[in-house]
Design a protein. Structure first.
Lengths: 347, 347
DNA sequence: ACTCCAAAGTTAAACGTTTAACAAACTTCA
DNA sequence: TGAAGTTTGTTAAACGTTTAACTTTGGAGT
């Protein structure tokens, strides 16, 4: 198999200079007569010419490459892409980006590292960063000169465009929903409550709803560890076994809610008959879970698409620096399914 | 903020030529005295120098970039990354690749397109391709000059390294498992049976098990459409409603099995009391499903890691062309959980 | 004192593009 | 007629690296 054709080959084949070829390649056909343009296109077709983005990146200083950073599990180095919440977002980001001619580099970031390296090594045109990272990470992120969209982060300052949901309100919504149905002893099971993370806000919303209903906030009722099915399961078992007074739980992620429900069942109680459970996210599995999960819904696909669009908007503007960094919030709503039931009035 | 430092800046700062810098960058320190090497390293640190992979790619003809191609839904352009089967694999591929200093470009491929474009545009060092594509796709794939690993594909010929499972055997295993438990009217619900695809093989295994047990193969019992929860749901409902004689179903993917089970319940029957269901894949959700899914297990994480390793092996050998294209099969086993029960002997 | 070699550097071409600057050949039109 | 444009093209530098080929210096061996 022969070597790939370069722009020089095309130029020679068409009997013109490489500049002419480059012009038609870049849609500057007004620099070239219709006939030669046709000749050049013919040559391109004939030689199966495909431009080299590396070379292009070098001179244009734009790689048509977007970094997508997603968190990884603490123990292993794996991406937590297994959580459908992330994969659904990535899938939507990818499709939107590809539509506009960008490719996507998917990467986790090693503990203590920044994504500065990736960004400059690869000359990224932009990055979408999901989840929350150590303080240090964001400090270095500000050095990065490219447009960045943060998903689900509460880092403040004018540096980044952010897309997320009103997590405090979401937490409030979920908790109030339970309270309105007569529950008063409500457990919170959640991933680790880190500063500026989404779960911190949801936690705040939980407390606000409690306060508003004059329910005493009991720290024993918050089960905080990691956002995983496994932890939900543990917490669920513990709740069902050791806290007969708890009648409802708010899990800050659907994935956790699933675990909680399983744990409760394992301990010999029923959902929602003995204990009600509400989740957060509405991943597509929640619909199909048995019983279908009542949860705080966010439109995950939209979230991904919006993030991609906001990023493109900045990248493709003429003055990327001038564009102001927005914060967009995807709306939240409760979707009622079958894991919450009103508390029977005591007879 | 100042412009990024280039190798020239480093050279100037250290008072040497760019060649010297390049040598220490590439671990050819024997070309340089220990003192200058140290001076250069100092300069690199001082200027926060990070090499540009585009430039490197241009001259080395290697981009340290691996393409990961995953199928997309037929209707929308989205990746079917939502299926945890794929995300679990991608996650493992990414971590293995990053460990060796490669980055990963995640992409779907548009209908009718090949991934030749991507490959040469980006100067990919290799590609991992999951799932099955039109005939045409593979024809073009052979033109691509880079090492390629196919996951779950039965395209034959010596061009590609393949990793997968023995799907025929898996289909056989699942079906035999049901038969051994007294079931004789066994439905198959599956994605579309395409030539050289995994489901075709599983289908073959299904038929072999039937034949071996002298059970008449009834085409009415195969429900073929798409590998999705939604279709499984439809099929499950149909089976429960219109085929009272069917006592077991083999779903060729766990995701489909979930749908089938829901559909069966929707139609007022119980799993496994009325109808048994066995799946395929053992995605991590299967453990947590209610009831936990009996299924044919493959080690998905291993599959991803192996694919990555096989690819690296070829890429990093001195004679990539000389290395022979292997086919590795991940072992299969039945994991018994709670969706299959032996048929009660008729009383 | 001579040759030969190793060590430590440097020079410059090459990789595949883009694009500013220039050049030639035509048009217009006063 | 000729000044001023316009159209269509070319030249060559630049982007940030790597690396083959060359140069200089200083010993070692005879």
């Amino acid at each position: 198999m022969k070597k790939r054709a370069t722009i020089k080959d095309v130029a020679k084949y068409a009997g013109v200079s490489t500049a002419a070829v480059s012009y038609v390649l870049n849609g500057k056909e007004y620099r070239v007569s219709p006939d030669t343009a046709e000749k050049i296109r013919e040559a391109i077709r004939e030689l199966n010419y495909i431009p080299d983005y590396s070379a292009r990146s070098l001179v244009k200083n734009s790689s048509k490459l977007i970094g997508v950073i997603i968190p990884q599990t603490e123990d292993s180095k794996q991406l937590i892409l297994e959580n459908p919440f992330y994969s659904e977002m990535v899938s939507n980001i990818e499709s939107r980006l590809r539509e506009s001619g960008y490719h996507l580099i998917l990467s986790g970031v090693d503990k203590g590292e920044s994504c500065l390296d990736l960004s400059v090594q690869r000359n990224l045109d932009g990055a979408i960063i999901m989840g929350i990272y150590p303080e240090q990470f964001y400090a270095e992120l500000k050095q990065v000169e490219i447009p960045i969209v943060l998903i689900d982060s509460y880092i403040n300052g004018p540096w980044f465009t952010k897309v997320g949901v009103d997590d405090e309100y979401g937490g409030y919504l979920a908790t109030r929903y339970l309270i309105e149905r007569g529950h008063r002893n409500i457990a919170l099971v959640t991933g680790s409550i880190r500063k500026d993370g989404v779960v911190e806000k949801r936690f705040l919303g939980y407390k606000r709803a409690l306060r508003e209903a004059d329910i005493f906030y009991n720290p024993d009722y918050v089960f905080e560890h990691s956002v995983s099915y496994a932890y939900g399961y543990e917490a669920g078992k513990a709740i069902a076994a050791k806290h007969p007074e708890i009648t409802a739980v708010f899990a800050t992620a659907d994935m956790v809610a699933f675990g909680v429900i399983q744990g409760i069942k394992e301990a010999g109680k029923e959902v929602p008959d003995d204990i009600s459970v509400i989740g957060f996210d509405d991943i597509f599995l929640s619909r199909m879970f048995v019983p279908p999960l009542t949860t705080v819904r966010q439109d995950i696909a939209l979230k991904g698409k919006r993030a991609a669009e906001l990023l493109l908007e900045i990248i493709e503007s003429d003055e990327p620096d001038k564009i102001d960094r927005k914060e967009v919030a995807i709306p939240l709503s409760i979707v009622e399914r079958q894991t919450v039931r009103p508390l029977k009035p005591r007879s």
